[in-house]
Ligand binder design. Structure first.
Ligand code: NAP
Length: 249
């Protein structure tokens, strides 16, 4: 069945791969990112493959922008019942060097952003009696040196997801979290730059620690998101799936 999906942070990386995958699953997709123009490549790729998509510019942490984006998506693509909260940033630093701005920026985009998006979309899901929410957590939720802000946000995403599952289950809405390990995107490229390591060496070093012997790709996460958003996943809710090439807990 064709649904309308929103993927946040979908201009590039994991979000772009997920938007393309949900479009190939047959859904109309709102490709949402901070800057509408930056969504053009993802939208063009979906349309070239025969899918339906629109570009939407919004800051997920801005309540008014989120509400008007969701209203526009409902009007142009139909009521959104699939939501992938993927938009994210990093501001890594050891605790003693971490600024309040570093802390607030990361908590705001990940947690406030996911909250505002879910609050605006749930009305359409409840009205439809069907919905899927997928929230991007991270293996960093288990703790990661230099990422006190990000680890707190990504652990928060897991508690938020489980609460959504409890509150929205009776309306046919499932909520699950995906916790990726090392995925090759601009985000990991930025980390390599910050610590002064070439990206190829950084990826190769990461791959050595991963049981399946390679780094993850955005499509690895898109495949998991596609499954959680499928009709047949309706009895799976409140779960955290580590997609990391090996076990995590
Ligand atoms: P990415 O390549 O940096 O892409 C993130 C996207 O989110 C960018 O297009 C960015 O836009 C957008 N964004 C940032 N702030 C936003 C806001 N306030 N409103 C709307 N859009 C915003 O990151 P990625 O690696 O694909 O990561 C995607 C998600 O997976 C994130 O939640 C990340 O924490 C999570 N994750 C990634 C990894 C990994 O190894 N890559 C591992 C675990 C979890 P701009 O370009 O304009 O800033």
């Amino acid at each position: 069945m064709t649904r309308t999906a929103i993927v946040t942070g979908a201009a590039r990386g994991i979000g772009a791969a997920t938007a393309k995958r949900l479009a190939s699953d047959g859904h109309a997709v709102a490709v949402l990112d901070l800057d509408e123009a930056s969504c053009a490549d993802t939208v063009a790729a979906i349309e070239d493959a025969g899918g339906r998509a629109i570009a939407v510019g919004a800051d997920v942490a801005d309540a008014a922008a989120v509400q008007s984006a969701v209203d526009r998506i409902a009007a142009e693509l139909g009521a959104p019942t699939i939501l992938v909260n993927n938009a994210g940033i990093i501001r890594d630093n050891l605790l003693f060097k971490m600024t309040e701005d570093d802390w607030d920026a990361v908590l705001t985009v990940h947690l406030r952003g996911a909250f505002l998006m879910c609050r605006a979309v749930q009305k359409h899901q409840v009205d439809a009696g069907w919905g899927r929410v997928v929230n991007l957590s991270s293996t960093s939720a288990l703790g990661n040196r230099g990422q006190a802000n990000y680890a707190a946000a990504k652990a928060g995403m897991q508690g938020f997801t489980k609460t959504l599952a409890l509150e929205l289950g009776r309306y046919g809405v499932t909520a699950n979290a995906i916790a990726p390990g090392f995925i090759v995107t601009d985000m990991t490229r930025a980390t390599a730059e910050r610590i002064g390591v070439g990206f190829d060496d950084f990826v190769a070093h990461a791959a050595k620690e991963i049981p399946v012997g390679r780094a993850g790709e955005p499509d690895d996460i898109a495949a998991a998101a596609s499954f959680f958003c499928s009709e047949e996943a309706g009895f799976i809710s409140g779960q955290v799936l580590y997609v990391a090439g090996g076990p995590r807990a």
